[in-house]
Design a protein around this ligand. Structure first.
Ligand code: ADP
Length: 299
């Protein structure tokens, strides 16, 4: 279990990227969802011991992450957002080199590790090819292979599916799901479907704060009665935007379907909908934009 308590981070320019984050992350896939600038990468880098928070504490099992970063690193696999290592070296040689860096000194152990990982991420057939020539999906799978060296118990993947086509994305997420059965995997993303497809637990981070946390299905259930839909003509959109808290718009058969957030029946032709995780997410972001968070006060 990874536990963050009251973690805050203020950058040198005064940006408060994390604001009193308290979060428990159990074994399995955990989705950290938030818009750009929410603080996700700051949180991921902090847990990965690449930066020290301004205040707060982080533990992983019996490891005090801030006081004993080297102990955490021994059991950490990290795929950063900008994993920029795409050299003209073969996948095999690069992974072997990274295994040396991770401390696997025996050549026989390294061979076994590298071969197992290349098979696991489905890159065995291209192991002799330069990573520089890999597609985006292959690079991300290589990124996961290097993160898995040394059997980490904590795996952090930061925005891994951005830019992947649907097939590559599927493949990558399936791979993560297999890995996530026995270890803690934190998947940081701004893509709602990544979390909906994979994660039994999740949190929404926005403006450096945890705004929502729980199991996606329960969060969807809790949102019942607060999301309302209506088909409108496109020129009505401005009016809807002004009068209601708009959480999404979607075109369907040439009509515009709007979803709004309202704790009471808005009338005016709106029907209640059983929202999906996307509604839950956008409703949460809409609530954070309110001048006073009335929903949180009522809860
Ligand atoms: P996300 O990963 O969710 O997009 P980040 O953690 O990258 O969010 O950024 C959170 C906030 O902190 C943003 O306002 C960003 O501009 C700011 N920020 C990130 N890195 C730095 C830095 N090195 N110095 C100053 N501000 C930063």
């Amino acid at each position: 279990m990874l536990e963050l308590r009251n973690v805050s981070h203020v950058y040198g320019n005064g940006t408060r990227a994390l604001d009193d984050v308290t979060l428990s992350v159990p074994t399995g896939m955990f989705g950290l969802l938030g818009p750009n600038g929410a603080g996700k990468s700051t949180l991921m880098r902090t847990v990965a011991t690449l930066q020290t928070p301004t205040s707060g504490s982080i533990t992983f099992g019996d490891i005090d992450v801030i006081a004993e970063p080297e102990r955490l690193r021994e059991t950490l696999g990290y795929l950063p957002q900008d994993f920029g290592v795409y050299p003209r070296v073969s996948a095999y040689d690069m992974l072997d080199h990274m295994a040396v860096l991770k401390g696997i000194a025996s050549a026989a152990d390294r061979k076994a590790t590298v071969e197992t990982l290349l098979n696991q991420v489905n890159l065995w057939n291209v192991r002799k090819k330069a990573i520089a020539g890999f597609s985006g999906g292959m690079r991300q799978r290589f990124g996961i292979a290097q993160a898995l060296i040394g059997n980490p118990r904590l795996i952090i993947v930061d925005e891994p599916t951005a830019g992947l086509d649907p097939e590559e994305r599927n493949r990558f997420l399936n791979l993560l799901a297999e890995i996530g059965e026995n270890v803690v995997v934190i998947l940081s993303t701004h893509i709602v479907e990544d979390v909906a497809d994979l994660c039994p637990r999740m949190a929404v981070l926005a403006g450096g704060k945890i705004r929502l946390e729980g199991a996606p299905l329960e969060l969807i259930e809790q949102a019942r009665g607060t999301v309302w839909a209506k088909a409108i003509a496109r020129d009505e959109l401005t009016d809807v935007r002004e009068r209601y808290e708009l959480i999404s718009t979607r075109l369907f058969a040439g009509r515009t379907i709007v979803h709004i957030l309202s704790e009471v029946d808005p009338g005016n032709g709106f029907e209640p909908v059983r929202g999906g995780l996307e509604d839950v997410y956008f409703a949460t972001l809409a609530r954070t934009r309110r001048p006073v968070d009335t929903a949180a006060l009522a809860a």
